[in-house]
Design a binder for this molecule. Structure first.
Ligand code: TMP
Length: 210
């Protein structure tokens, strides 16, 4: 059985990732592909429990170091229980956030040494690198305004302040620049349909899917 493709979506708050993930999964399923939709933090029962600790409560509830270890604890379980078995059986996996989010949020924005995250990734996640990463990019204020109109209690990172989110945006752009073969940046200020059309073009040109 040919191994499935691992596609991740990344970006700051209010970039519309979840909508684009849903539309891409719908599109790939229409082509007859076996597709698994998942997200981080979370995606497996134990990782969803860790998610609740990370995304609620006071903005300074965890230090960037503690956050990184919790995100990786969740990621190791999610990879082992959900992503790896799906890819092995030939399904494509579309994941809302993955390791680039730890680099962007906890290192570029949070200030943790990037080598620490790279070493932790290498030590715990052998072979777990996406085939394609779609980075949705939007002006910081526009993204934060969009995120503020959502009604949920998962607002811990949204409340970290504008400068944090500006460093975050630049972080995602730098990650994409350093890995141009794996990453593509799409302008998320466009309409939902325009963004999805750019996503589908990327899937076709980079992975020959769809
Ligand atoms: P979500 O809002 O996209 O579901 O993600 C939950 C929050 O967790 C979001 O504010 C980004 C943050 N996050 C990190 O800080 N580091 C990570 O490694 C991941 C996966 C998410």
């Amino acid at each position: 059985m040919k191994r499935g493709r691992f596609i991740t979506f990344e970006g700051g708050e209010g970039t519309g990732k979840s909508t684009q993930v849903r539309l891409l999964v719908q599109y790939l399923k229409q082509t007859g592909a076996d597709v698994v939709q998942t997200r981080e933090p979370g995606g497996s029962p134990s990782a969803e429990e860790i998610r609740a600790l990370l995304v609620t409560g006071a903005a300074d509830r965890w230090s960037p170091m503690a956050e990184t270890l919790l995100f990786y604890a969740a990621r190791v379980e999610h990879w082992r229980q959900v992503i790896e078995p799906a890819l092995a059986r030939g399904a494509h996996v579309v994941c809302d956030r993955f390791a680039d989010s730890t680099m962007a949020y906890q290192s570029y924005a949070g200030g943790l040494d990037r080598r620490l995250i790279e070493d932790l990734h290498r030590a715990t996640m052998t072979g777990a690198d996406p085939d394609l990463t779609i980075v949705l990019d939007i002006a910081t204020d526009q993204g934060l305004n969009r995120a503020a109109s959502r009604h949920d209690d998962e607002t811990r990172f949204e409340r970290k302040g504008r400068e944090f989110h500006e460093r975050l945006r630049q972080g995602f752009l730098d990650i994409a620049k350093r890995a141009p073969k794996r990453c593509i940046v799409i302008d998320a200020a466009q309409s939902i349909e325009q963004v999805q059309s750019a996503v589908q073009s990327a899937i076709k040109s980079r992975l020959s899917l769809g």
